[in-house]
Design a protein around this ligand. Sequence first.
Ligand SMILES: Cc1ncc(COP(=O)(O)O)c(C=O)c1O
Length: 393
Amino acid sequence: MKSLIGLEAVRIKKIPTYLFADLDKLKHKYQQQTGERIIDYGEGNPLFSPPKSIIKYFISALKKPENHRYPSYNGKITAREAVAEWYKNRFGVKLNPDTEVAMLIGSKEGVAHLIWSIIDKDDIAYVPSPSYPVYLNQTILAGGIPKILPLLESNAFLPDLDQIKPDKKLKLLCLNYPNNPTAAVAPLTYYKEAVKKAQRYGFYCFNDNVYSELYYNNPPHSILEITDAKEHCVEFHSLSKTCSMAGWRIGFVVGNKAIIKALLRIKQNVDSGPFGAIQDAAIFALNNIDGISKNTRTDYQKRLLLLVRSLNKLGWKTDMPEATFYLWTKIQSEKYRRDSLSFTYSLLEKTGILVAPGCGFGDAGEGYIRFAAIVSLNDIKLSIKRLAVSKLL
Ligand SMILES: Cc1ncc(COP(=O)(O)O)c(C=O)c1O
C-alpha cells in the first residue's frame, strides 16, 4: 500500500493548540485523577441561561416553516433592522441594514472569516498581545504577517498607535474594547486616534465589541461613533455574553460595507447564516436588551466585587474591572511571577481552582492570570478559603 503523505496542512502546524481546548484537557485530567469538582474560572463561558422570555420566543419561532429552510447569507432583514435600531439608540450611529449589517454565527466566526477575506499572503495585521487568540491565529493561517502591539498596564492596556508604521502591505488593525483578557475600556479619544491613523496610513480596522454591555461604570463606546470611521472600520457584537446565549451562536458585524461584502463572499462558501429561529430570538433580545443586560451586569458585578474584595483581604492587590466579567491580575507569588503556566498548574493541583494563564493570550500576558467571574457566589467563597491555605500568594 502506498504510504500516506502528512495529514495536517502545513499552515495548521504554524498555530499553537487552542488555549481553551488545552485548559479543558487539563481540567478533565485533574478531575479524573482526583475525583474533585473544579472551580472553573478558566474560560469566559457565561454561567447563566438566557432569560425565559427569549427561550419562549425562540420556541414560538421554531414553529414557523420558513425558519427550517436555509437562512439568507447576511441574515434576515428584520434581524439587521433590529441591529441598526439598537445601534442608533445605544451609540447614536446610523447604519444601513441592507449593506452595513450582517448576522453571524457568533462573532468568533465573523472575526475569523473577516481576516480570511482581507488578509493575503504577507499582508500585515497589527494584533494586540495579550489578546483573544483568534486574531493572531487566523492571521497566521491566512498567510499574513502579524505585528504585535503589547498591551501594557502603564498605557492603560491600550496599544501604542505610534508603533504602527506605514507599509504598502499594511492591511489591518485588530482592536478589542472592552478588552479580553485585560478588561480595559477604550476612551472615545483613543478610537479617534485609531481612525485617524487608519485614514493616514490606509488600513482597515475592526473593533471586537462583544463586551460592550458588561460595564460597571460608564457605558463603553463604539468606534463607529467617530466621524468617517465607517470608511475604514467594522465592529463585532455578540449576544453570547450580553444575553447569556453563548451556545446559540449568534452575533453580528456592522460598519464598512466593502469589508462586510468581502466577509460575506467567504461565508457564502462556508455556511448559510444563523438558524432563522435563533435570529428571531435575537430580534426579541435586541428589542429588550436594556433590561436583559442590566440584569446580566448586576449578576457579574456581584461576583466580581466579591472576588476582588476577598482577594484584597488575602493581600492579593487587585482592582475592580470597569467592564467584562474578567479579572486580569498580576501573580503575587515571587516564585511564579514570570511563569503563569506553572502557577496555573500549581493552583489547580493545590486548590482545584482553574484560571487562564496570562501567557496563553500572548507573550505580553506573562506574569498575569485571568479569572472569569462566571462561578457561583458560593464557589467564589469556597475558592477564597482554598486560596487562603494554599501558600500560593
Ligand atoms: C474578545 C472576544 N471576541 C469574541 C468572542 C466570541 O464570541 P462569540 O460567542 O460571539 O463567538 C469572545 C469569547 O470569549 C471574546 O472574548
